[in-house]
Design a protein around this ligand. Structure first.
Ligand code: ATP
Ligand code: MG
Length: 780
């Protein structure tokens, strides 16, 4: 419909309009933050439908997170109405699951395969490594897991790796062995991990041209948002779907491909994201057309100038200048707290002031931090002053033990070959099937080449299994059979409730006196509510489909080192925050693609953000700077940069100088509400001498010195806060000292005076700056 098509072009700038109308050759839209990339994608899809160039079934729109997918679906629904429901608008992972379930038979898999999250994978990798007698200290299961994940992202399967791995390198040899065993166990368990979902789809397309052809005929328009964060496997997947390569024998023109992205916002290198995918787009698709967007519709010029100034320090990037018609707006506000509690107090007071004086609501405000652990001090203050807030991320619901246990039962009911989950629940709650019994059944399975479940059924043949254990095993098999009957007859929520009751899981928690178990019961109740809601929304949905959705939600966006929660949780939480008008707290990684009227970037400290790791690695530093750019560009009207002079990290009071990123913002853009002692040069005495340490926020913590723990130990982490030492030890350069966590060290330098005396000490674990007033340090 012509007038509808014309409407869709209303309000777009000329470059945006061009991008929406472009037809034929591959299209690359590169542009800085807030320039309307996502908006263009949505309008382009609507325009394709309105002009009749495509029908809904021919469109595949891929975004990076579930949240982004949900948001794009909503935007498109606003433009085109209900047909949006029939379109494939989803993440890479969800699209692949859908394709794989459909085609499972073709690739020799069962379509009810389980999806393992990283904890499941780690457990299986640990099992395999143990079976190979690898020393877990020398080759940690985690490091092996990371390597295998990286290989899958590079589309290197276990066999090619076995050939290409350097046999003289002990780590590579170990990985090659584990990779093989792991892949084999995964097949036996009828399971896929997250990296498999993408890689196996690509392998399938390559091995079965007929399957590839089906999808190529089906999807004639492929659109990818946040293309800068694609890894090699995702890149290859897009190529396979687009088709039209040299070796493509089909008489079918390639699908129309549109990708949008911003190489300055690439923040997932640690998961294999490769900016080259966007930088080389014109090389990969020689007929490609590139459109640049430069007008920003989100932020004030002041905010953009700050973001531009910071990101322009990164090497090897094409210069781009974002501008806005919005005007300069307010100055950026800077604040340095004496410690993280004081920093948090400033933020709370400022939000309060914005409400009173500027008519802003708490829901307009987002507070970002680099690591999840930083939310604690912010929460403390927000609770105290009674400001409603919501932490997005944190300990994720689906990561909690009781939730994982309950889901493990359900997974086994759907797929009894799922050995990892089966072994997880074998003796959970305790029913007298100990490690020995488990190994004996495993040995039987191995010997007879049968599944673990089949071996449980034949436990009477298991070598050396005690009668008592045999009875317990038989009881377990009967329990699983009973539950499976409920599951197949009465649906997902009935199955879950039966699991919780009949296994005794709930009874055990209820009878416990551990207060944590009380909240576990609440969490399980919440899970029941989740299942019921699912059944209400999907009356036709099966238990298997429910579990699939949970798997994707639970892990699609979980990032090992940059915690933030899954996309669905983020989406729900952000939306709820806005609706309820509460302050949103989240990590910088989680903030990608979002926008807020007021943004606080907190903990702007060297060693925290940029992260310590980046000190010696320019590539890491560049990635941290991109993360800063993402953070700065989330703000629409007001931006705050805050930090604290002293912060307890890993149970240590740490003096951190200002983040270099703050120094990279032109000083005239920032108005300081309170400056640090170390401005303009670190260690130079400031005018603020009064100390407010030792207040209530410091007194609550447990004292340090629980003996021998290292800074990174769970004990040290759990302690979290440090009580001030009574006396400031007096040391000078060259002194040998002893620290309760870091051990012996040598003082390199002493700076500052009185309560602010800082010693630079060289320990075995590295150099530390310690504020002597708090450091549990003694002279040797
Ligand atoms: P990011 O890089 O952060 O993902 P983006 O380039 O995808 O940003 P959008 O989220 O699409 O940017 O747009 C940023 C904001 O600007 C949104 O609020 C959007 O509605 C608005 N916007 C984009 N283009 C226009 C326009 N032509 N007129 C009015 N508002 C616009
Ligand atoms: Mg976007």
């Amino acid at each position: 419909d012509e007038s509808r098509a014309a409407d869709l072009l209303q309000g777009l700038n000329p470059q945006q309009e061009e991008a929406v109308k472009h037809a034929g050759s591959p299209l690359l839209i590169v542009a800085g933050a807030g320039s309307g990339k996502t908006r263009v994608l949505s309008h382009r899809i609507a325009y394709l439908l309105a002009t009749g160039r495509s029908n809904p079934g021919q469109i595949l729109a891929i975004t990076f997170t579930n949240k982004a997918a949900a948001e794009m679906r909503e935007r498109i629904e606003n433009l085109v109405g209900g047909v949006a429901k029939t379109m494939w608008i989803s993440t890479f992972h969800s699209s692949c699951v859908r394709i794989l379930r459909r085609e499972a038979k073709t690739v020799g898999m069962n379509s009810n395969f389980s999806i393992y999250d990283s904890a499941d994978s780690l457990r299986l990798i640990t099992l395999v490594a143990k079976g190979l007698d690898l020393d877990p200290k020398r080759f940690t299961p985690k490091s092996i897991m990371h390597k295998i994940s990286a290989l899958k992202n590079e589309l290197i399967d276990e066999e090619s790796y076995a050939e290409s791995a350097n046999s003289a390198d002990p780590f590579e040899s170990a990985v090659a062995e584990v990779y093989k065993g792991y892949a084999q166990r995964m097949r036996q368990a009828n399971a896929m991990d997250f990296d498999d979902l993408i890689a196996q789809t690509v392998f399938m397309f390559r091995a079965f041209p007929g399957v590839a052809e089906y999808y190529r005929r089906r999807f004639r328009h492929i659109l990818v948002d946040e293309y800068q964060d694609t890894n090699h496997a995702q890149y290859a997947l897009v190529r396979e779907l687009v088709g039209g390569g040299d070796d493509d024998a089909l008489d079918l023109p390639p699908a129309e491909l549109t990708v949008v992205g911003d190489s300055d916002q690439s923040i997932y290198a640690f998961r294999g994201a490769d900016v080259r995918n966007i930088n080389d787009f014109e090389k990969d698709y020689p007929s490609a057309r590139t459109i640049l967007l430069e007008q920003n519709y989100r932020s004030t010029q002041t905010i953009l100038n700050a973001a531009n100034a910071v990101i322009s320090r990164n090497p090897n990037r094409p210069e781009k200048r974002l501008w806005t018609a919005e005007g300069d707006g307010e100055k950026i506000i800077g604040y340095v707290g004496e410690n993280e509690h004081e920093e948090a107090r400033f933020i709370a007071e400022e939000i309060d002031r914005l409400q009173d004086e500027e008519n802003l609501r708490p829901g307009d405000v987002a507070v970002f931090y680099r690591t999840n652990a930083q939310s604690r001090s912010l929460e403390d203050v927000l609770v105290r002053v009674g400001l409603p807030y919501k932490v997005v991320g944190g300990t994720r619901f689906y990561e909690r033990k009781e939730i994982k246990d309950a889901l493990a039962y359900l997974r086994v009911l759907v797929n009894s070959d799922d050995v990892v989950n089966l072994r997880r629940i074998l003796n959970e709650p305790k029913r007298g099937i100990g490690d020995r019994a488990e190994y004996s059944v495993a040995a039987l399975a191995e010997r007879e080449r049968i599944s673990f479940m089949a071996a449980l059924r034949r436990a009477d043949e298991a070598p050396g299994l005690a009668t008592r254990s045999l009875n317990a095993v038989n009881g377990f098999v009967k329990l699983i059979d009973d539950l499976a009957e409920v599951a197949s007859g009465s649906g997902a929520s009935a199955a879950l409730e039966a699991v919780l009751e009949q296994t005794g899981y709930l009874a055990q928690l209820r009878s416990s006196s551990d207060p944590q178990d009380e909240s576990r019961v609440e969490n399980l109740a919440e899970l029941v509510a989740v299942v019921r809601e699912y059944e209400r929304d999907n009356p036709e949905g099966s238990l298997g489909e429910f579990l699939e959705q949970v798997s994707l939600v639970a892990d699609a966006d979980s990032i090992p080192d940059a915690p933030g929660g899954s996309a669905e949780e983020v989406a729900a939480a952000v939306e709820e925050s806005r609706r309820q008008g509460v302050v949103t707290l989240m990590t910088l990684h989680t903030a990608k693609g979002l926008e807020f009227p007021v943004v606080f970037l907190t903990g702007m400290e060297q060693g925290l953000f940029p992260h310590q790791r980046s000190a010696t690695d320019p590539a890491e530093l560049a990635e941290e700077r991109r993360l800063a750019y993402v953070g700065l560009t989330r703000a629409r009207q007001r931006l705050y940069l805050t930090r604290s002079e002293v912060r307890s990290m890993w149970g240590q009071s740490q003096y951190n100088p200002a983040s270099q990123f703050v120094g990279e913002v032109p000083p005239e853009l920032i108005e300081w509400k309170r400056e640090g002692m170390d401005r303009p040069t670190w260690g130079g005495g400031g005018s603020i001498t009064s100390s407010r340490y030792g207040g209530s926020s410091w007194g609550a913590g447990a004292p340090m010195g629980t003996g021998g723990s290292t800074a990174n130990s769970p004990v040290a982490k759990a302690i979290g806060r440090v009580q001030p030492q009574k006396e400031v030890v007096s040391v000078t350069a060259g002194d040998r000292v002893n620290h309760t966590s870091f051990g012996s060290g040598t003082v390199l330098a002493v700076e500052g005076a009185g309560d602010k005396t800082v010693a630079k000490v060289k320990f075995d674990v590295g150099e530390k700056r310690l504020l002597l007033r708090y450091a549990p340090l003694t002279k040797e």
